[in-house]
Every structure is written in structure tokens, then in C-alpha cells.
Design a protein around this ligand. Sequence first.
Ligand code: F6P
Length: 353
Amino acid sequence: MKKFRRIGVLTSGGDAPGMNAAVRAVVRTSLTNGIEVYGIMEGYKGLIDNNLKLLAKPGDVSNIINVSGTILYTERCDEFATPEGMAKALKTCEENQIDGVIAIGGDGTFRGATDLASHGIPTIGVPGTIDNDIAATDTTIGFDSAMTIDMEMIDSLRATSESHARCAVIEVMGRHAGDIALNVAISIGAFAVAVPEISFDEDKLIADMIEARKNGKRSFIIVVSEGLPGYGEKLTKTINEKAGITTRFINPAHIQRGRIPSFADRILATEMGEYAVSQLLEGNSDIVICKVDDKLCTVDIHKALMVDKMLKGKLTDEQIANIPAEDKAWMVERCNTINAKKKALYELTYKVR
Ligand code: F6P
């Protein structure tokens, strides 16, 4: 077991419900193992600015498991990617004797973590983002809470849509990933769902709506992912004009990040926070904590970033050719599994409509 005196924990990128539960688990597990913890404030910016908060006792993270946002605050910090920013961050680690960092966030956070690790600071990534766009793991901290608040909000829309015989087009977050939209659509019984990963037949939708209206259907709810920028508004106009059904566009935007952490997120965050510390103690670093097929596991952070790119189609043929065979097989399988899951969710919305 490796000896650590002090580690840092940070949250970076968009805040996600459950981040505090992960911070709590990291701090409490560390203290149990005789390790001091510094909360690094405002993500990597806190390392640059030497803005740290000593979390010396269990009470320092009391009463946060049920709180959304992040008590450590968060930032998307461009300076950290510069040599000057990294030099300042390393100085902070040295001055404060921080010999390991646990970074909670999304892919941008993991890129920062690899930079830190390449400069000799053992670093572990914990996936915290509502978008669920980390391909190495089945699920990320915050995803369930974001879907839950979307479901709750859309449930509230249904009454007005039915009373007025209207359609509601609701845009949900997820950045470039349709995971939130696909799952929420099923949970609220959407008439249709549009995501960037799967082509959408707008003419068929209009024809289906006209037909359904003729058969007496009063209200319609359509979920559109923000990964199709501007499409929700455009579709609203098209339905008004072509289907002759009064349609309203709704964008709950950042409200989706503010729900109290759901049950599932509190469990996931606690498991992942504890596991991250135990991995660090075992001498492992430069990894992401993942949950696959309901089991905690770790994935090399570079591999995790690569599989994200592969899923988004952002790897060149040359880059793919240079990936070692075993890693490539794993990455292809991951991408196939994720794509198949998304296709199945998409089809389910229509099968039960
Ligand atoms: O990554 C989380 C997320 O909420 C995305 O779903 C969204 O696209 C983005 O962050 C919004 O970013 P910001 O908070 O900077 O507006």
C-alpha cells in the first residue's frame, strides 16, 4: 500500500448533483486511512491560485450528501492547459505537500487530470456530469438526478398540454449526447424524441401527429436533445404550421442541474468516492473510476478519453490504426454496446407510443 500524507479533491466542469456526496466519501475515506484532504476550490483554478480548504475532520463534509451543486465550487479553467498554469499548479501541490489528486468531473476534467499525472502527481478521475457522455462508464454522477428533474418537470407540463390540447417540445441538456433525452422520453411517455445520434424523420412525425389528432389525441410531448442546437424551436414552428397543432417550446436549461441528488446518484457518488481513495492507496493512478454492468472498475484515463473520441467519430483512421489491438477491441465493443443501447431506447419510445 502506498503512503499518502495529503491529497487534494476538486470538482470541475458543469456542476452535477451528487458531486458533494462524492467529495464527502473521498474526505471521510481518506480521514479513516489517516490521510489529510485539501478541497481544491473552483476546480483546477484553485490549484493555480493556491485556493485550498483544509477538510480536516468528518464534520467538514457533514450535511452535504443531499445538497446539489458543489461545495468546492467549479470552473472551466483554460489557463490550466498552459505551461504557466501547470507550473503554478505544481507549485501549489509542492508547497502544500499534496501527493495525489482526485478530480470529479467530465472529459475536460479528465484531460486536466492526465496533464497533472504526466507531471508526477498521481491523479484519479471520478465521472461527475449530468450528460452521461463518458463512454468508459455506464453511468455518471448527476445523470440520474438530471433525468429525474426532467421527468418531474414534464409531468407538470402534461396537465396544461392536455387541458389546452397542445403539443410541448422540451429541450433537455446532454451537450452532444442524447442519453438524457432518450431515457427521459421513455419515462414520460413522449410522442417522439430527437437526438443527434439517430436520424429523425420530421415528415413522418407531422403525419403521425395529424393522424393521432384525428383519432382524438389531445396532447403531445416531444423531447429534443440540446445536441441538436436550435432544432427544438424550429420543430415547434414546423408543428404549428404543418400539423396545425398549437405547440409551445420549453427549455428548462440549467434548472436541470439543480435537483437535490437522487437516491441513485448518492449511492453511485459514495461508491465511486470511496473506490477512488482505495485505488490511490493501492498505488494506482491515471485512471477513471467506472461502473460497468453494475460493478465498479477502473479504466486507464487515456483509454477512457480515446473511447469517448471513438464514440463521437473524432478519431482519424491513422489514430485508430495506432491503437494496440486489445485496447481497440475493447473500445469498439464499448461503442457498439452504447450505440445499441441508444438505438433500443429510441425504438422503445415509438413501440409504446
Ligand atoms: O456538461 C453539463 C452541461 O450542463 C451540459 O449539459 C450543457 O451543454 C453545458 O453543461 C452547459 O454549460 P454551461 O453551464 O457552461 O452553460
